[in-house]
Ligand binder design. Structure first.
Ligand SMILES: [Zn+2]
Length: 636
């Protein structure tokens, strides 16, 4: 039977007929050596398939590109015949042998949260990238043996379960799906364990530069506690691993059933907005332990690893998770109330610069995730809205709507808890859209389907002004104006130019300013400026840096003459920048009014009885912690 979950004790001592032996003699050249031993059980043929995508990251990535099959032998060491049947699928003629032995090598040199990367310092293995499964035998136990030099690498961390305590380590998974979902980290990373709810949590930190690791562990522990309180009931695992990769050029996260991988640049941990992003990311990935891994759309478990599986439900998996990645840090005490409003306001502003919201609904954006979201075309935001961004704002409106309809007695959280009950009763299959709507309505007692489906299928603006005022929330759009700066107390020394909107995103290169993005319907789009063009001069002044471009725009009015280059030839155009619009989310509710009551219900922390209340109110604060704990929720 399909399963994505296992307990360590279920695997200890369990034999397996499929075993992968991984060795690292050539790790410094990014090569992972793989031996696969499979009992044939008398079958004339065995067919092996390497996945084309990794669950959680909806794009066909063709891992087979970096996988090379070097040979196949029988028990006597004689070569067996291999026939390729498709790009990622090959068949072995067993010729009566009891066991087949495959030898392969994987080139792992993409450093990201979803890819295998092996080097002289460490090995991070994503089994879905590099370990092919045996067709028809996904749902039987699989072993992984790690042959490495313990003098070089001291530690192995993985959600896979130990099969025994010998050396080399032998790890096990009840199914291939569990194996594919379980990263393995080898190296000299640090591991910090903590126990909550009688469950073991391991925080594994692989950092290129020194960071305050104790602080990361305490923040993580707090997030586990608050998310657990949110979902109610027991923590749905026996052990959970947080992998932190703290390295330049890495940002992102990937969720698994018993682990998550979080990548962050060391520089981000040295400034407030970076720390906010980091905390949001931890909350996001851990929230998926429930929403995404166990509550999951049809088709996303059991998986078809060979090809796309389309779903309109990523608004549930990613949109709703994106909303709670803002509320959870607030409930943890990491964000002040004001900072929460700033985060929500910035999401609204960000969506206002996504003209794609007029072309594609969130529901369709989810369906086309495979070719749109991860494609990262510079023209992408002009053509489709992200189901993360717009889906998160829809979740916020749905929460507000439910609060309003129930006079603050119910909120979106109750609908999600009902979905979680549904998932616990149906661990073997994913949920349909109809079942999601039913569960949300049952959990909240609100007829939600009409408005929710309208927001999910419409192409255009969301009805913030109709929904948010019930909670005392107002979005205020302002245009940036010239700002006067004082020298001493009275003497005006200068005026800071107002920021102007052109719709251009620019990149500085040694040769000049290159256009990275042009927003549809913007002044730049009207001026005919294209992605890849180089901006040369504005009103006859040679352009060199982004800062200079911004300053020149701020000091000018009306139509400007722009010289640019397209494919090596100069052209001239005129551009008329507009005042830059900024949105602020404001809370305006008099104490004692219905709006204030609803707002209080909205912001109220989940506080079930089984989580000791004092545990929620003591946030450990490290030396450089940029926040202060906000113990209760004062309105106004
Ligand atoms: Zn996510």
């Amino acid at each position: 039977m399909y399963r994505l979950d296992q307990r360590d004790r279920e695997v200890f001592g369990l034999p397996a007929d499929i075993c992968y032996v991984l060795s690292f003699e050539r790790a410094e050249r990014h090569l992972l050596d793989i031996r696969i031993e499979v009992a044939t059980r008398g079958e004339p043929f065995l067919e092996f398939v390497l996945p084309s995508w990794t669950p959680g990251s909806y794009k066909v990535r063709e891992f087979i590109t970096d996988f090379t099959l070097e040979g196949v032998l029988d028990e006597q060491g004689r070569p067996l015949e291999v026939e390729w049947r498709a790009k990622n699928r090959f068949r072995i003629r067993c010729d009566g042998t009891q066991k087949v032995y495959l030898k392969a090598v994987y080139f792992g040199n993409e450093r990201s949260v979803r890819t295998t990367h092996v080097d002289r310092w460490q090995a991070f293995i994503m089994p879905s990238n590099c370990l092919p499964y045996v067709e028809g035998r996904l749902w039987e136990p699989h072993h992984v043996v790690l042959e490495y030099d313990p003098a070089r690498w001291r530690r192995v961390t993985t959600p896979l379960a130990p099969v025994d305590y010998g050396f080399p380590p032998r790890l096990g998974a009840l199914t291939y799906d569990i194996l594919a979902d379980s990263p393995i980290q080898l190296g000299n990373h640090r591991v910090y364990p903590f126990t909550l709810g009688q469950r073991l949590h391991e925080v594994a930190i692989l950092a290129d530069e020194p960071v305050d690791e104790q602080w990361i562990v305490r923040a993580t522990e707090h997030i586990v506690r608050m998310t657990w309180a949110f979902w109610d009931g027991e923590l749905p695992y026996d052990r959970y691993v947080f992998f932190f990769h703290i390295a330049p050029d890495i940002l992102g996260g990937l969720e698994h059933a018993r682990s998550s991988v979080i990548g962050v640049e060391p520089a981000a941990l040295r400034e407030l907005s970076g720390v906010h992003r980091f905390l949001r990311l931890i909350c996001h990935e851990f929230f998926h332990t429930w929403n995404g891994k166990r509550i999951r759309p049809e088709g996303l478990g059991p998986f078809d690893y060979s090809q796309e599986h389309y779903t309109p439900l990523l608004w549930l998996v990613e949109g709703i998770t994106s909303y709670y990645e803002m509320l959870l840090p607030y409930w943890c005490g990491f964000f002040t109330q004001q900072e929460l409003l700033v985060h929500l306001g910035l999401e609204v502003q960000q969506l206002s610069h996504v003209p794609g919201r007029f072309y594609l609904s969130v529901r369709d954006s989810s369906f086309l995730a495979w070719v749109k979201l991860y494609g990262r075309s510079p023209d992408g935001p002009n053509r489709f809205p992200s189901y993360y961004l717009k889906g998160g704002l829809i979740a916020w409106l749905a929460d507000a709507w439910i609060l309003q309809q129930t006079q603050g007695k119910r909120r979106l959280q109750h609908g999600l808890q009902e979905l979680w009950r549904w998932a616990q009763n149906h661990p073997e299959r994913g949920i349909s859209e109809e079942e999601v709507l039913e569960a949300l309505e049952a959990g909240t007692g609100v007829q939600l389907r009409g408005v929710l489906m309208e927001w999910l299928t419409e192409r255009g603006e969301l009805p913030y002004e109709e929904v948010l005022p019930a909670l005392g929330l107002q979005l205020r759009w302002n245009t940036a104006t010239l700002e006067e700066r004082l020298l001493g107390e009275r003497f005006v020394f200068g005026r800071i130019p107002a920021s102007r909107f052109t719709g251009l995103t620019l990149r500085e290169e040694p040769g000049g300013l290159i256009v990275e993005r042009v927003e549809e319907f913007s002044p730049a789009a009207r001026a005919g400026i294209a992605v890849g063009d180089e901006l040369v001069a504005l009103n006859g002044i040679r352009l060199r840096t982004r800062a200079q471009w911004e300053a020149l725009l701020g000091m000018s009015d009306g139509e400007l003459e722009l010289t640019a280059a397209s494919n090596g030839r100069l052209y001239t155009t005129t551009i008329t920048p507009e005042p830059s619009r900024q949105v602020r989310l404001e809370l305006q509710a008099e104490e004692g009014t219905p709006q204030a009551r609803l707002c209080r219900a909205w912001l109220e922390r989940p506080l079930p009885e089984f989580v000791p209340a004092d545990a929620l109110d003591t946030l450990p604060v490290s030396l450089w912690s940029p926040w202060e704990l906000e113990p209760r929720l004062p309105l106004l």
